[in-house]
Design a binder for this molecule. Structure first.
Ligand code: NAP
Length: 286
């Protein structure tokens, strides 16, 4: 792909995977629009790396997403590479996550992805060229207790990406889904901040489940080396520059041990495998 003077849009460019991706695209000759809420971070990024244009948007507010999309549609140079990366996680059982929190996370992780993609598609269709990279997760294909709402947003990203891939291939537009495992970014910190401490407010029925899952998942992290976001940013760059990228990529811890099992086992066998791994197969609360 000849990337000279091409415009890329990276959502969530103020941190983690998005930040690293914006830098790598700019270093490879793209003009990069880096979007997020924290403008100070974006300005610092654009001061440090030539070719990054900071744009402020709060993707949890539909009106602000709409304003941002109008701005994108009005650009003289169409966006030909879109990295739908902005996102976050919350934790909690279904009864512990408020409906407002569930709506908000869907707004950021899913609905804004649809709006921003639509804003870029007119230009891509006109050019009969474009690359859309959607950040899913390993939990775009399986989930765990207390992870249902976040995983649901990523299942939704997977669904829309699969359909888009087929809709847009005839028009020369590629759609690629990335499934990171655990990556060392601000992701975990943000999830804790967005969730708060659930233990004091959860019903006693759920306490042993939180504890068991905490212990089970904790064990899986023992001795684990968590890769930095370069791992995923390098894959995204490779995808963008490739003549024939694959439809999906997965990288990081738990992709081999768990995600690949999800594809090998039927639903019941995976359920057994996974609940055994997190130590709740035999759990019964009286
Ligand atoms: N790290 C992991 O273990 C992991 C694993 C699987 C998938 N992922 C996915 O990878 C993507 C990037 O996450 P990360 O790990 O790089 O996390 P991160 O370091 O927390 O970065 C998240 C980015 O999303 C932006 N964002 C969040 N809420 C936003 C909002 N309301 N409006 C605009 N931008 C918003 C943040 O910018 P502002 O706060 O400045 O707005 C930030 O730039 C996410 O989609 C995440 O679900 C991460």
């Amino acid at each position: 792909m000849d990337n000279k003077r091409k415009t890329a849009l990276v959502t969530g460019a103020s941190s983690g995977i998005g930040r690293k991706t914006a830098i790598k695209l700019a270093e490879n000759g793209f003009q990069v629009i880096g979007a997020a809420r924290r403008m100070d971070r974006l300005v610092e990024l654009s001061d440090q790396f030539k070719g990054i244009i900071p744009k402020k948007v709060d993707l949890s507010i539909p009106e602000d997403t709409e304003r941002f999309c109008q701005e994108i549609k009005g650009l003289s140079e169409s966006v030909s590479v879109l990295i739908n990366n902005a996102g976050y996680s919350i934790r909690g059982t279904l009864e512990d996550v408020s409906i407002e929190a569930a709506r908000r996370i869907f707004e950021v992780n899913f609905f804004s992805l649809i709006s921003v993609t639509r804003a870029c598609l007119l230009g891509m269709r006109r050019l009969r060229e474009g690359t859309i990279v959607n950040l899913s997760s390993i939990v775009g294909k399986f989930t765990f207790p207390m992870g249902g709402v976040y995983a649901a947003t990523k299942y939704a990203v997977e669904g829309i990406s699969d359909a888009l891939r087929m809709e847009l291939r005839p028009l020369g537009i590629r759609v690629i889904t990335i499934r990171p495992g655990v990556i060392a970014t601000e992701f975990n910190e943000v999830a804790t901040e967005m969730t708060g401490d659930l233990m004091p407010m959860t019903d006693p029925d759920y306490k042993p489940i939180y504890e068991a899952v905490g212990t089970g998942v904790g064990k899986m992290f023992t001795g684990l080396t968590i890769p930095d976001p370069d791992l995923i940013a390098n894959i995204i760059l490779e995808v963008v520059l490739s003549e024939s990228p694959k439809s999906t990529y997965a990288a990081g811890p738990f992709t081999d041990e768990i995600l690949s099992k999800r594809f090998l086992l039927d639903d019941d066998a995976f359920d057994r495998f996974w609940t055994e791994k997190i130590g709740i197969t035999e759990m019964k609360i009286e």
